[in-house]
Ligand binder design. Structure first.
Ligand SMILES: *Cc1c(COP(=O)(O)O)cnc(C)c1O
Length: 468
Protein backbone atom coordinates (compact mmCIF):
# COMPACT_ATOMS: atom_id res chain seq x y z
CA UNK A 1 0.00 0.00 0.00
CA UNK A 2 1.21 3.45 -0.88
CA UNK A 3 0.69 6.48 1.36
CA UNK A 4 0.25 10.04 0.14
CA UNK A 5 0.38 13.34 2.00
CA UNK A 6 -2.74 15.46 2.52
CA UNK A 7 -0.74 18.46 1.27
CA UNK A 8 0.26 16.91 -2.01
CA UNK A 9 3.97 17.63 -2.31
CA UNK A 10 5.78 15.14 -0.04
CA UNK A 11 6.94 11.88 -1.64
CA UNK A 12 4.59 8.90 -1.43
CA UNK A 13 5.87 6.27 1.01
CA UNK A 14 5.16 2.65 1.80
CA UNK A 15 3.72 1.64 5.19
CA UNK A 16 7.17 1.29 6.75
CA UNK A 17 8.20 4.74 5.54
CA UNK A 18 4.97 6.40 6.68
CA UNK A 19 5.24 4.78 10.13
CA UNK A 20 8.79 6.00 10.69
CA UNK A 21 8.16 9.46 9.22
CA UNK A 22 5.07 10.39 11.28
CA UNK A 23 4.45 13.79 9.71
CA UNK A 24 5.04 14.26 5.96
CA UNK A 25 7.82 16.65 4.90
CA UNK A 26 5.28 19.10 3.42
CA UNK A 27 3.58 19.38 6.82
CA UNK A 28 0.73 17.09 5.76
CA UNK A 29 -0.48 13.77 7.12
CA UNK A 30 -0.18 10.41 5.41
CA UNK A 31 -3.23 8.54 4.12
CA UNK A 32 -3.47 5.36 2.02
CA UNK A 33 -3.71 6.14 -1.70
CA UNK A 34 -7.03 4.28 -1.77
CA UNK A 35 -9.27 2.60 0.79
CA UNK A 36 -9.26 -1.19 0.79
CA UNK A 37 -12.85 -2.45 0.43
CA UNK A 38 -14.36 -5.55 2.01
CA UNK A 39 -17.54 -7.02 0.54
CA UNK A 40 -20.47 -7.91 2.77
CA UNK A 41 -19.58 -11.57 2.41
CA UNK A 42 -15.99 -10.88 3.40
CA UNK A 43 -17.13 -8.97 6.48
CA UNK A 44 -19.44 -11.84 7.43
CA UNK A 45 -16.46 -14.18 7.24
CA UNK A 46 -14.76 -12.18 10.02
CA UNK A 47 -17.37 -13.10 12.63
CA UNK A 48 -16.07 -15.07 15.55
CA UNK A 49 -12.38 -14.27 15.10
CA UNK A 50 -10.31 -13.45 18.16
CA UNK A 51 -9.19 -9.84 18.47
CA UNK A 52 -5.66 -10.67 17.34
CA UNK A 53 -6.86 -12.72 14.36
CA UNK A 54 -9.27 -9.97 13.34
CA UNK A 55 -6.49 -7.39 13.63
CA UNK A 56 -4.47 -9.38 11.08
CA UNK A 57 -7.36 -9.36 8.60
CA UNK A 58 -8.10 -5.66 8.97
CA UNK A 59 -4.49 -4.46 8.89
CA UNK A 60 -3.23 -6.74 6.11
CA UNK A 61 -4.09 -4.47 3.14
CA UNK A 62 -2.61 -1.43 4.90
CA UNK A 63 0.77 -3.04 5.64
CA UNK A 64 1.07 -4.92 2.33
CA UNK A 65 4.59 -4.68 0.98
CA UNK A 66 6.06 -3.80 4.39
CA UNK A 67 5.13 -6.82 6.54
CA UNK A 68 4.63 -10.44 5.52
CA UNK A 69 1.56 -12.30 6.78
CA UNK A 70 3.79 -14.19 9.20
CA UNK A 71 5.30 -11.00 10.56
CA UNK A 72 1.88 -9.38 10.93
CA UNK A 73 0.45 -12.41 12.71
CA UNK A 74 3.38 -12.55 15.13
CA UNK A 75 3.00 -8.84 15.84
CA UNK A 76 -0.72 -9.02 16.53
CA UNK A 77 -0.25 -12.03 18.80
CA UNK A 78 2.54 -10.30 20.72
CA UNK A 79 0.58 -7.06 21.14
CA UNK A 80 -2.95 -8.30 21.83
CA UNK A 81 -2.07 -11.47 23.70
CA UNK A 82 -0.99 -9.26 26.58
CA UNK A 83 -4.00 -7.13 27.51
CA UNK A 84 -5.77 -7.11 30.86
CA UNK A 85 -8.91 -8.67 29.36
CA UNK A 86 -9.17 -11.75 27.14
CA UNK A 87 -11.44 -9.90 24.71
CA UNK A 88 -8.92 -7.00 24.54
CA UNK A 89 -11.80 -4.53 23.99
CA UNK A 90 -14.90 -6.03 25.66
CA UNK A 91 -18.38 -4.74 24.88
CA UNK A 92 -20.70 -4.05 27.83
CA UNK A 93 -24.45 -3.57 27.45
CA UNK A 94 -25.96 -0.55 29.23
CA UNK A 95 -29.61 -0.91 28.14
CA UNK A 96 -31.55 -2.08 25.05
CA UNK A 97 -29.95 0.58 22.86
CA UNK A 98 -26.70 1.60 24.49
CA UNK A 99 -23.39 -0.21 24.72
CA UNK A 100 -19.97 0.61 26.08
CA UNK A 101 -16.83 -0.50 24.28
CA UNK A 102 -14.14 -0.73 26.95
CA UNK A 103 -10.86 0.30 25.37
CA UNK A 104 -8.89 0.72 28.59
CA UNK A 105 -7.61 -2.76 29.36
CA UNK A 106 -4.07 -2.01 28.23
CA UNK A 107 -1.12 -1.36 30.55
CA UNK A 108 -1.73 2.39 31.10
CA UNK A 109 -5.56 2.34 31.32
CA UNK A 110 -6.46 4.47 28.29
CA UNK A 111 -7.46 3.53 24.75
CA UNK A 112 -4.14 4.85 23.45
CA UNK A 113 -2.49 1.57 24.51
CA UNK A 114 -4.41 -0.34 21.84
CA UNK A 115 -2.53 1.50 19.11
CA UNK A 116 0.70 2.52 20.83
CA UNK A 117 1.56 -1.02 21.89
CA UNK A 118 1.34 -1.90 18.20
CA UNK A 119 3.41 1.14 17.21
CA UNK A 120 6.20 0.16 19.63
CA UNK A 121 6.49 -3.24 17.97
CA UNK A 122 6.37 -1.73 14.49
CA UNK A 123 9.18 0.70 15.32
CA UNK A 124 11.35 -2.14 16.55
CA UNK A 125 10.70 -4.29 13.47
CA UNK A 126 11.37 -1.53 10.96
CA UNK A 127 14.40 -0.06 12.74
CA UNK A 128 16.07 -3.43 12.99
CA UNK A 129 15.51 -3.90 9.29
CA UNK A 130 17.06 -0.52 8.53
CA UNK A 131 19.72 -0.82 11.25
CA UNK A 132 18.71 2.62 12.48
CA UNK A 133 17.81 4.29 15.73
CA UNK A 134 14.86 6.57 16.44
CA UNK A 135 14.63 9.38 18.97
CA UNK A 136 11.03 10.05 19.90
CA UNK A 137 10.28 13.49 21.25
CA UNK A 138 6.72 14.10 22.33
CA UNK A 139 4.58 16.29 24.55
CA UNK A 140 1.69 15.01 26.62
CA UNK A 141 -1.18 16.35 28.64
CA UNK A 142 -1.28 12.95 30.32
CA UNK A 143 -2.43 9.82 28.52
CA UNK A 144 -0.24 9.75 25.41
CA UNK A 145 2.92 10.06 27.48
CA UNK A 146 2.42 7.03 29.65
CA UNK A 147 1.09 4.89 26.79
CA UNK A 148 4.05 5.80 24.55
CA UNK A 149 6.63 5.29 27.31
CA UNK A 150 5.14 1.93 28.16
CA UNK A 151 5.20 0.91 24.51
CA UNK A 152 8.91 1.61 23.96
CA UNK A 153 10.55 1.17 27.39
CA UNK A 154 13.52 -1.17 27.18
CA UNK A 155 13.53 -1.42 23.38
CA UNK A 156 16.95 -1.35 21.73
CA UNK A 157 16.69 1.06 18.87
CA UNK A 158 14.23 3.59 20.25
CA UNK A 159 14.57 6.19 22.96
CA UNK A 160 11.91 8.54 24.19
CA UNK A 161 11.96 12.06 25.59
CA UNK A 162 8.48 12.87 26.89
CA UNK A 163 7.69 16.44 27.90
CA UNK A 164 4.85 17.17 30.28
CA UNK A 165 3.76 20.46 31.86
CA UNK A 166 5.19 20.43 35.38
CA UNK A 167 2.47 20.09 38.00
CA UNK A 168 -0.36 20.02 35.46
CA UNK A 169 -0.93 16.30 34.96
CA UNK A 170 -2.69 14.14 37.52
CA UNK A 171 -0.60 12.19 40.02
CA UNK A 172 -1.65 8.86 38.50
CA UNK A 173 -0.73 10.11 35.05
CA UNK A 174 2.64 11.43 36.23
CA UNK A 175 3.53 8.27 38.11
CA UNK A 176 2.56 6.13 35.12
CA UNK A 177 5.34 7.96 33.26
CA UNK A 178 7.98 8.61 35.89
CA UNK A 179 8.04 5.20 37.56
CA UNK A 180 8.97 3.41 34.34
CA UNK A 181 12.69 2.93 34.86
CA UNK A 182 14.50 2.10 31.64
CA UNK A 183 17.66 3.66 30.21
CA UNK A 184 15.84 4.71 27.02
CA UNK A 185 13.11 6.65 28.86
CA UNK A 186 13.49 10.34 29.76
CA UNK A 187 10.72 12.29 31.47
CA UNK A 188 11.05 16.05 31.19
CA UNK A 189 8.84 18.31 33.30
CA UNK A 190 8.57 21.68 31.57
CA UNK A 191 7.52 24.97 33.20
CA UNK A 192 4.34 26.14 31.51
CA UNK A 193 1.28 24.61 29.89
CA UNK A 194 0.81 21.63 27.61
CA UNK A 195 0.83 24.05 24.66
CA UNK A 196 4.28 25.30 25.74
CA UNK A 197 5.60 21.74 25.89
CA UNK A 198 4.05 21.04 22.49
CA UNK A 199 5.73 24.15 21.11
CA UNK A 200 9.14 22.87 22.26
CA UNK A 201 8.51 19.66 20.36
CA UNK A 202 7.44 21.42 17.16
CA UNK A 203 10.45 23.75 17.36
CA UNK A 204 12.75 20.79 17.79
CA UNK A 205 11.37 19.04 14.71
CA UNK A 206 12.20 22.18 12.71
CA UNK A 207 15.63 22.70 14.35
CA UNK A 208 18.49 21.86 11.98
CA UNK A 209 20.99 21.39 14.83
CA UNK A 210 18.81 18.58 16.18
CA UNK A 211 17.85 17.03 12.84
CA UNK A 212 21.52 16.77 11.83
CA UNK A 213 22.34 14.46 14.71
CA UNK A 214 19.09 12.70 15.57
CA UNK A 215 16.56 10.68 13.60
CA UNK A 216 13.38 12.11 15.16
CA UNK A 217 10.13 10.16 15.36
CA UNK A 218 6.57 10.99 16.41
CA UNK A 219 4.11 9.03 18.53
CA UNK A 220 1.08 11.28 18.53
CA UNK A 221 -1.95 10.37 16.46
CA UNK A 222 -0.64 12.07 13.33
CA UNK A 223 1.12 8.72 12.93
CA UNK A 224 -0.99 6.67 10.51
CA UNK A 225 -0.11 3.35 12.14
CA UNK A 226 -1.99 4.40 15.27
CA UNK A 227 -5.19 5.10 13.38
CA UNK A 228 -4.90 1.84 11.48
CA UNK A 229 -4.69 -0.14 14.72
CA UNK A 230 -7.84 1.60 15.99
CA UNK A 231 -9.93 0.57 12.99
CA UNK A 232 -9.91 -2.99 14.34
CA UNK A 233 -12.16 -2.36 17.34
CA UNK A 234 -14.89 -0.80 15.24
CA UNK A 235 -15.08 -4.03 13.26
CA UNK A 236 -14.73 -6.14 16.39
CA UNK A 237 -17.66 -4.48 18.15
CA UNK A 238 -19.91 -4.10 15.08
CA UNK A 239 -19.52 -7.79 14.22
CA UNK A 240 -20.71 -8.70 17.71
CA UNK A 241 -23.76 -6.48 17.27
CA UNK A 242 -24.83 -8.00 13.98
CA UNK A 243 -22.73 -6.38 11.23
CA UNK A 244 -22.82 -6.52 8.28
CA UNK A 245 -26.56 -7.25 8.55
CA UNK A 246 -27.24 -4.51 11.09
CA UNK A 247 -25.90 -0.97 11.19
CA UNK A 248 -24.23 0.34 14.32
CA UNK A 249 -23.75 3.94 15.52
CA UNK A 250 -20.76 5.12 17.56
CA UNK A 251 -20.28 7.99 19.98
CA UNK A 252 -16.62 8.92 20.33
CA UNK A 253 -15.10 11.23 22.97
CA UNK A 254 -12.91 13.33 20.72
CA UNK A 255 -9.84 15.52 21.05
CA UNK A 256 -7.40 15.20 18.18
CA UNK A 257 -9.97 13.46 15.92
CA UNK A 258 -7.84 10.29 15.76
CA UNK A 259 -10.13 7.75 17.36
CA UNK A 260 -13.24 8.86 15.47
CA UNK A 261 -11.33 9.07 12.19
CA UNK A 262 -10.52 5.38 12.60
CA UNK A 263 -14.31 4.84 12.58
CA UNK A 264 -14.49 6.75 9.32
CA UNK A 265 -11.81 4.46 7.88
CA UNK A 266 -13.83 1.41 8.97
CA UNK A 267 -16.84 2.85 7.11
CA UNK A 268 -14.75 3.46 3.97
CA UNK A 269 -13.67 -0.18 4.15
CA UNK A 270 -17.31 -1.25 3.98
CA UNK A 271 -18.40 -1.59 7.61
CA UNK A 272 -22.03 -0.43 7.76
CA UNK A 273 -21.83 2.42 10.26
CA UNK A 274 -25.05 4.35 10.76
CA UNK A 275 -23.47 7.43 12.38
CA UNK A 276 -20.29 8.64 14.00
CA UNK A 277 -21.07 11.07 16.79
CA UNK A 278 -18.16 13.39 17.57
CA UNK A 279 -18.47 14.15 21.28
CA UNK A 280 -16.53 17.15 22.59
CA UNK A 281 -16.26 18.95 25.91
CA UNK A 282 -16.55 22.75 26.03
CA UNK A 283 -13.44 22.96 23.82
CA UNK A 284 -15.82 22.47 20.96
CA UNK A 285 -14.06 23.54 17.76
CA UNK A 286 -15.07 20.26 16.08
CA UNK A 287 -18.69 20.59 17.16
CA UNK A 288 -18.78 24.09 15.64
CA UNK A 289 -17.02 22.94 12.46
CA UNK A 290 -19.44 20.06 11.95
CA UNK A 291 -22.50 22.17 12.81
CA UNK A 292 -21.86 25.30 10.75
CA UNK A 293 -18.50 24.91 9.00
CA UNK A 294 -16.69 27.31 11.33
CA UNK A 295 -13.28 25.82 12.21
CA UNK A 296 -11.81 28.55 14.39
CA UNK A 297 -9.72 28.21 17.52
CA UNK A 298 -10.39 29.85 20.84
CA UNK A 299 -8.73 29.73 24.25
CA UNK A 300 -8.36 26.25 25.69
CA UNK A 301 -10.46 25.75 28.82
CA UNK A 302 -9.25 23.25 31.43
CA UNK A 303 -11.91 20.60 32.16
CA UNK A 304 -12.36 17.29 33.99
CA UNK A 305 -11.62 15.66 30.62
CA UNK A 306 -8.07 16.96 30.05
CA UNK A 307 -7.28 14.58 27.19
CA UNK A 308 -9.89 16.40 25.13
CA UNK A 309 -8.81 19.95 26.03
CA UNK A 310 -7.64 20.64 22.52
CA UNK A 311 -8.24 23.54 20.16
CA UNK A 312 -6.60 22.22 17.01
CA UNK A 313 -7.52 18.67 16.00
CA UNK A 314 -4.69 17.53 13.74
CA UNK A 315 -6.45 14.54 12.23
CA UNK A 316 -9.42 16.61 11.05
CA UNK A 317 -7.21 17.50 8.07
CA UNK A 318 -7.36 13.87 6.98
CA UNK A 319 -11.15 13.99 6.81
CA UNK A 320 -11.24 17.36 5.05
CA UNK A 321 -8.77 16.06 2.46
CA UNK A 322 -10.69 12.85 1.83
CA UNK A 323 -14.20 14.29 1.61
CA UNK A 324 -12.98 17.42 -0.18
CA UNK A 325 -11.84 15.52 -3.25
CA UNK A 326 -8.25 14.64 -2.21
CA UNK A 327 -6.79 17.82 -3.69
CA UNK A 328 -3.39 18.24 -1.96
CA UNK A 329 -2.66 21.70 -3.33
CA UNK A 330 -6.05 23.03 -2.21
CA UNK A 331 -5.61 21.41 1.22
CA UNK A 332 -2.15 22.97 1.62
CA UNK A 333 -3.58 26.41 0.76
CA UNK A 334 -6.50 25.95 3.17
CA UNK A 335 -4.15 24.95 6.01
CA UNK A 336 -1.79 27.87 5.28
CA UNK A 337 -4.79 30.15 5.71
CA UNK A 338 -5.67 28.42 8.96
CA UNK A 339 -2.11 28.82 10.28
CA UNK A 340 -2.27 32.57 9.66
CA UNK A 341 -5.84 33.26 10.77
CA UNK A 342 -6.34 30.48 13.35
CA UNK A 343 -9.68 30.06 11.62
CA UNK A 344 -11.09 28.69 8.41
CA UNK A 345 -14.40 27.94 6.79
CA UNK A 346 -15.06 24.45 5.45
CA UNK A 347 -15.94 24.19 1.75
CA UNK A 348 -19.41 22.96 0.77
CA UNK A 349 -17.94 19.65 -0.38
CA UNK A 350 -16.23 19.24 2.99
CA UNK A 351 -19.39 20.11 4.92
CA UNK A 352 -21.60 17.79 2.92
CA UNK A 353 -19.03 14.99 2.87
CA UNK A 354 -18.66 15.15 6.65
CA UNK A 355 -22.42 15.42 7.23
CA UNK A 356 -23.01 12.14 5.40
CA UNK A 357 -21.53 10.19 8.32
CA UNK A 358 -20.77 12.53 11.22
CA UNK A 359 -22.86 14.43 13.71
CA UNK A 360 -21.56 16.10 16.83
CA UNK A 361 -22.48 17.08 20.35
CA UNK A 362 -20.88 18.99 23.18
CA UNK A 363 -21.04 18.29 26.89
CA UNK A 364 -20.23 20.75 29.68
CA UNK A 365 -19.10 19.55 33.11
CA UNK A 366 -22.63 19.30 34.53
CA UNK A 367 -23.83 17.24 31.58
CA UNK A 368 -20.74 15.05 31.83
CA UNK A 369 -21.34 14.42 35.52
CA UNK A 370 -24.98 13.57 34.77
CA UNK A 371 -23.90 11.00 32.20
CA UNK A 372 -21.65 9.39 34.84
CA UNK A 373 -24.62 9.30 37.22
CA UNK A 374 -26.87 7.80 34.54
CA UNK A 375 -24.39 4.98 33.90
CA UNK A 376 -24.00 4.30 37.60
CA UNK A 377 -27.73 4.29 38.41
CA UNK A 378 -29.07 2.61 35.30
CA UNK A 379 -26.34 0.17 34.37
CA UNK A 380 -24.21 -0.14 37.50
CA UNK A 381 -21.18 1.09 35.59
CA UNK A 382 -18.59 3.51 36.95
CA UNK A 383 -17.24 5.31 33.89
CA UNK A 384 -14.54 7.92 33.42
CA UNK A 385 -15.41 11.54 32.52
CA UNK A 386 -14.10 11.30 28.92
CA UNK A 387 -16.36 8.32 28.38
CA UNK A 388 -19.09 10.39 30.06
CA UNK A 389 -18.81 13.08 27.38
CA UNK A 390 -19.35 10.34 24.80
CA UNK A 391 -22.26 8.84 26.69
CA UNK A 392 -23.94 12.23 27.04
CA UNK A 393 -23.81 12.60 23.25
CA UNK A 394 -25.07 9.03 22.74
CA UNK A 395 -28.02 9.46 25.11
CA UNK A 396 -29.05 12.68 23.36
CA UNK A 397 -28.49 11.53 19.81
CA UNK A 398 -31.37 12.05 17.43
CA UNK A 399 -31.91 11.01 13.86
CA UNK A 400 -30.66 7.50 14.46
CA UNK A 401 -33.00 4.78 13.21
CA UNK A 402 -34.66 2.96 16.11
CA UNK A 403 -33.25 -0.48 16.74
CA UNK A 404 -29.75 0.70 15.87
CA UNK A 405 -27.30 -0.08 18.66
CA UNK A 406 -25.31 2.97 19.83
CA UNK A 407 -21.85 2.19 21.10
CA UNK A 408 -20.00 4.72 23.27
CA UNK A 409 -16.25 4.27 23.25
CA UNK A 410 -14.91 3.92 26.78
CA UNK A 411 -11.59 5.73 26.38
CA UNK A 412 -10.16 5.58 29.90
CA UNK A 413 -10.42 3.52 33.06
CA UNK A 414 -12.32 5.47 35.75
CA UNK A 415 -9.44 5.09 38.23
CA UNK A 416 -7.31 7.27 36.01
CA UNK A 417 -9.56 10.26 36.77
CA UNK A 418 -10.85 9.17 40.12
CA UNK A 419 -11.29 12.59 41.78
CA UNK A 420 -13.77 13.69 39.12
CA UNK A 421 -15.49 10.30 39.20
CA UNK A 422 -15.82 10.38 42.96
CA UNK A 423 -17.28 13.89 42.87
CA UNK A 424 -19.90 12.80 40.33
CA UNK A 425 -21.03 9.43 41.68
CA UNK A 426 -19.57 9.17 45.17
CA UNK A 427 -17.54 6.09 44.40
CA UNK A 428 -13.75 6.07 44.34
CA UNK A 429 -12.66 3.59 41.67
CA UNK A 430 -9.54 1.65 42.55
CA UNK A 431 -6.61 1.01 40.26
CA UNK A 432 -6.57 -2.45 38.68
CA UNK A 433 -3.82 -4.68 40.00
CA UNK A 434 -2.02 -4.82 36.67
CA UNK A 435 -0.64 -1.32 37.15
CA UNK A 436 1.18 -2.65 40.22
CA UNK A 437 2.36 -0.56 43.10
CA UNK A 438 2.21 2.77 41.30
CA UNK A 439 2.43 4.77 44.54
CA UNK A 440 5.27 2.77 46.04
CA UNK A 441 7.69 2.97 43.16
CA UNK A 442 10.39 5.59 42.85
CA UNK A 443 9.93 8.35 40.30
CA UNK A 444 12.50 9.73 37.89
CA UNK A 445 12.12 12.96 35.99
CA UNK A 446 14.15 16.01 35.09
CA UNK A 447 12.68 19.42 35.79
CA UNK A 448 13.55 21.99 33.16
CA UNK A 449 12.59 25.65 32.83
CA UNK A 450 10.27 27.03 30.21
CA UNK A 451 12.98 27.80 27.65
CA UNK A 452 13.16 25.79 24.45
CA UNK A 453 16.98 25.90 24.57
CA UNK A 454 17.19 23.99 27.85
CA UNK A 455 14.95 21.26 26.44
CA UNK A 456 16.98 21.04 23.24
CA UNK A 457 20.29 20.95 25.12
CA UNK A 458 19.07 18.20 27.40
CA UNK A 459 17.92 16.07 24.48
CA UNK A 460 21.16 16.59 22.55
CA UNK A 461 23.29 15.79 25.60
CA UNK A 462 21.39 12.62 26.50
CA UNK A 463 20.29 11.12 23.19
CA UNK A 464 22.24 8.31 21.63
CA UNK A 465 23.01 9.87 18.26
CA UNK A 466 21.97 7.90 15.23
CA UNK A 467 24.68 7.75 12.58
CA UNK A 468 22.43 8.28 9.58
C1 LIG B 1 -6.63 10.87 23.82
C2 LIG B 1 -7.91 10.71 24.51
C3 LIG B 1 -9.13 11.10 23.91
C4 LIG B 1 -9.19 11.80 22.57
O1 LIG B 1 -8.87 10.94 21.50
P1 LIG B 1 -8.52 11.54 20.06
O2 LIG B 1 -8.06 10.40 19.25
O3 LIG B 1 -7.41 12.54 20.30
O4 LIG B 1 -9.74 12.20 19.53
C5 LIG B 1 -10.31 10.83 24.59
N1 LIG B 1 -10.30 10.23 25.81
C6 LIG B 1 -9.16 9.86 26.41
C7 LIG B 1 -9.23 9.23 27.75
C8 LIG B 1 -7.92 10.07 25.79
O5 LIG B 1 -6.79 9.69 26.41
Amino acid sequence: MEYISTRGSAPALDFEGATLAGLATDGGLYLPREWPRLSEAEIRELRGLSYAALAVQIMRPFVAGSLTDDELEALCEAVYGDFGHAAVTPLVQLNETHWLLELFHGPTLAFKDVALQMLGHLFETFLERREKRLTIVGATSGDTGSAAINAVAGRDRVEIFMLHPNGRVSEVQRRQMTTVRAPNVHNLAIDGSFDDAQRHVKTMFADQSVRETLNLGAVNSINWARLMAQVVYYFYSALQLGAPDRKVAYSVPTGNFGDVFAGYVAAQMGLPIERLIVATNVNDILHRALTNGDYSTGETTATITPSMDIQVSSNFERLLFDVGGRDGAAMAAQMRGFDVNKAMQLTNAQREGAAALFTSARADQTETARALQWAYRNADQVIDPHTGVGLHAALNADGIASGTPIVTLGTAHPAKFREAVERAVGVRPSLPSRVGDLFGREEAMVELGGEYESTRDFVLANAVASAD
